[in-house]
Design a protein around this ligand. Structure first.
Ligand code: TXA
Ligand code: MG
Length: 316
């Protein structure tokens, strides 16, 4: 069911209760997480999940993350393991997604997993997300709340710009603190990094006491969602720029003369939180965007991953 008007709900108890009701009815609600706004639908309801794909215009081979309120809730849907226990103890609730084997009787729509035998699960840290998930008391499938392939939303205004009129409601709780999607770790076989994100690779390897295998870009079998051209602004994007060329606007990092600075003091955490908002803002001018070099340690690896996708040749 596609509503023709989208409700904007405050993230107070009444708004959260209304959002939970809409989700239980099989409707779509965008909600804040600490990483980006998610476009939520009941993961057990195939029609709701189909509506997510339709609202985003998302390729159907791209599986979704199931969001749950607690570790106990996650264990209802996936086969738990020692590695999962270690990572959940260290990073949940938080910006980490674990891919684990589906458990018998899981009840999750095969549209969520795109037919895979595994499920990506995450317990977000954002208090509003947690309250909503507790109220729904079931898995909520939620990709980032943006049209497929476009810049991810870190404010309710970004969601409105991309999905207004296509979803039932947006639960507005201001900007997201992390600003980059979760790190995805595959725990089927050898632990593997499937997508860099809000938790740094180094921290995960320290907790597991082992190096992670790395997903190869474009390897659709291990990370079906990793289309190369993703997070794309309308304008062309040029990376590792040390100055503006022609009509370009410069998205800076560190002490550079620029149009927007991800972090003037060179702080990668601050840069991650600002990344999508500044890309949205510069993109709104219609001018080409140049981006300063960003160091690749810590969360910088995820920032560079998103920037490479923003700059990649577009798939139509
Ligand atoms: O921070 C986040 O993770 C945000 C917020 C809303 O939680 N969500 C998000 O979802 O980024 P999405 O749908 O944009 O990205 C999900 C990624 C995709 O690249 C998808 O291919 C991968 O997770 N994924 C989902 N299920 C998978 C599975 N079973 N195996 C491998 N990769 C999977
Ligand atoms: Mg996304």
């Amino acid at each position: 069911m596609i509503p023709n008007s989208t409700q904007y709900l405050n993230a107070d108890p009444a708004g959260i209760a209304a959002a939970a009701d809409l989700l239980r009815q099989g409707l779509l609600v965008a909600f804040p997480t600490e990483t980006v706004y998610g476009l939520g639908g009941d993961a057990r309801n195939g029609e709701a999940v189909a509506a997510i794909y339709a609202a985003k215009g998302r390729p159907s081979f791209n599986p979704l993350i199931a969001h749950v309120a607690s570790v106990e809730a996650a264990k209802r849907y996936v086969e738990w393991s020692d590695n999962a226990e270690q990572l959940a103890a260290a990073f949940w609730p938080g910006p980490l997604t674990l891919v684990l084997p589906l458990r018998a009787g899981h009840g999750v729509s095969s549209l969520v997993t795109a037919g895979l035998e595994t499920l990506a699960v995450r317990v977000p840290a954002h208090p509003t997300a947690r309250a909503l998930l507790s109220a729904v008391d079931g898995p909520v499938a939620a990709p980032s709340a943006n049209p497929s392939g476009r810049i991810s939303p870190t404010t309710a205004a970004h969601v409105r710009a991309g999905l207004d009129g296509r979803i039932a409601a947006v639960l507005d709780d201001g900007p997201c603190s992390v600003g980059l999607e979760s790190t995805i770790v595959g725990l089927v076989g050898t632990p593997a990094l499937l997508r860099p994100g809000g938790v740094a690779l180094e921290q995960i390897e320290t907790v597991l006491g082992t190096r992670l295998a790395h997903h190869k870009p474009g390897d659709l079998l291990t990370a079906p969602g990793q289309l190369l051209s993703h997070y794309a602004p309308d304008a062309p994007v040029r990376l590792n720029a040390t100055e503006r060329r022609g009509d370009e606007l410069l998205l800076g990092f560190g002490s550079v003369d620029c149009d927007r600075n991800l972090s003037a003091r060179g702080d990668l955490i601050e840069a991650a939180a600002n990344l999508f908002a500044y890309l949205h803002e510069l993109d709104g001018t219609g001018r080409p965007i140049a981006v300063s070099p960003i160091p690749s340690e810590g969360v910088g690896a995820a920032i560079n991953d998103r920037l490479r996708r923003a700059a990649a040749p577009r798939n139509s």
